[in-house]
Design a protein around this ligand. Structure first.
Ligand SMILES: C[S@@+](CC[C@H](N)C(=O)[O-])C[C@H]1O[C@@H](n2cnc3c(N)ncnc32)[C@H](O)[C@@H]1O
Length: 256
C-alpha cells in the first residue's frame, strides 16, 4: 500500500487508530502554503498558460512520453521556486524534457511567464506536494536526473521533521531515477548538507560522484538560483551533492 493511501485510510477509519494513528492524521509537510502576493501577470499566466504547461492532478501514474509527446532524456526538479533556473536549463537543452513540481502558486505563475516568453516546448509543471506526487503520480525508473536546489532548510531542530529530504524518502526518490540516472542536491545550510550526504552515502544503490565520498564542486552548468543568491549574500557555504543510481547489480559486485 502506498504511503498516501495509508494516510487516506487513516482519515477514513479513525476508530482503527484508537491508540494513536499509524501515521499522524495531518501529514507533516515540507512547506507552509502561504499564497503570498501574486502579481497580476502571474495570475494571468496561470489562467492563460496553465493549459499549455500545467499537469492536472490525475488518479494513477502519469504517462511521461504522452505528456511530452516524445521519448527524450528527462529531468525532474522539485521545489523550483520562481523557476528561473529551471526555465534557463530547459531553454539551453531543447532536446531534453523537464518536469517541475512546486506548491507555491506565484512561483508557478512566474515560471509560466518565463516558459511562454522563451517559447519552451519541453517543460511541464505540477503544482502540488512533490511527496504525494512521487508516491502516486510519478512512475519508477522515469528520470535521467532529479534535482532539488536549496530545499527549505527548516533550521530549528524542532522543525527538522519538515525537511523535504528525510531518510524514509530517499529510497522513493532513488526509485524514480533510471538506473545510471543522477540525483543532484544543492544547499546553503551546512548541517542539512551533512545530513543529506550521510543519508545518500548510506544507500548502496547510490554512488557518490565525488570520489572522496564528500561534496562535488559547484557544476558550471547549474544556473544560479534565487535562494543561492540569497545564501551568497548571507555568506553561506554552498554545497552540491551529486549521486548516480547504480545500474542493477553494480553494488552487489562492489560489495562482493
Ligand atoms: C527555499 S525555496 C528554493 C527555491 C529554488 N529552488 C531556489 O533555489 O531558488 C524551496 C522551495 O521548495 C518548495 N517546496 C517545499 N516543499 C515542497 C514540496 N513538498 N513539494 C513541492 N514544492 C515544495 C517551496 O514552495 C519553495 O518554493
Amino acid at each position: 500500500m502506498r504511503l498516501a493511501d495509508t494516510l487516506n485510510n487513516s482519515l477514513q477509519n479513525p476508530a482503527d487508530f484508537a491508540h494513536g494513528p499509524a501515521f499522524p492524521l495531518r501529514p507533516i509537510r515540507s512547506f507552509v502554503r502561504r499564497e503570498g502576493r501574486m502579481t497580476h501577470a502571474q495570475q494571468r499566466a496561470l489562467a492563460d498558460y496553465w493549459a499549455t504547461f500545467g499537469v492536472d492532478a490525475v488518479a494513477g501514474l502519469l504517462n511521461l512520453e504522452a505528456l511530452f509527446g516524445r521519448s527524450a532524456s528527462r529531468t525532474l526538479e522539485i521545489g523550483f521556486g520562481n523557476g528561473e533556473s529551471l526555465a534557463t536549463m530547459a531553454a539551453a537543452h531543447p532536446d531534453e524534457d523537464y518536469l517541475g513540481i512546486e506548491v507555491h502558486r506565484p512561483g508557478v505563475g512566474h515560471l509560466l511567464l518565463r516558459a511562454t516568453a522563451l517559447q519552451l516546448t519541453n517543460l511541464r509543471v505540477l503544482c502540488t506536494d512533490a511527496v504525494e506526487a512521487l508516491d502516486r503520480q510519478i512512475p519508477d525508473d522515469a528520470f535521467d536526473r532529479i534535482q532539488i536546489f536549496f530545499p527549505d532548510p527548516w533550521p530549528k531542530v524542532r522543525h527538522h521533521k519538515r525537511r523535504l529530504i528525510q531518510a524514509e524518502r530517499v529510497t522513493l526518490l532513488v526509485r524514480k531515477l533510471k538506473p545510471g540516472g543522477q540525483l543532484h542536491v544543492a544547499t546553503d545550510c551546512e548541517d542539512y548538507a551533512d545530513v543529506i550526504l550521510a543519508l545518500f552515502n548510506a544507500i548502496p544503490e547510490l554512488e557518490n560522484v565525488a570520489g572522496d565520498g564528500g561534496f562535488v564542486p559547484r557544476p558550471v552548468w547549474r544556473p544560479l538560483t534565487r535562494f543561492e543568491q540569497r545564501g551568497q549574500r548571507l555568506g553561506h557555504l554552498i554545497r552540491d551533492l551529486l549521486f548516480t543510481r547504480r545500474v542493477s547489480g553494480d553494488h552487489r559486485e562492489q560489495n562482493a
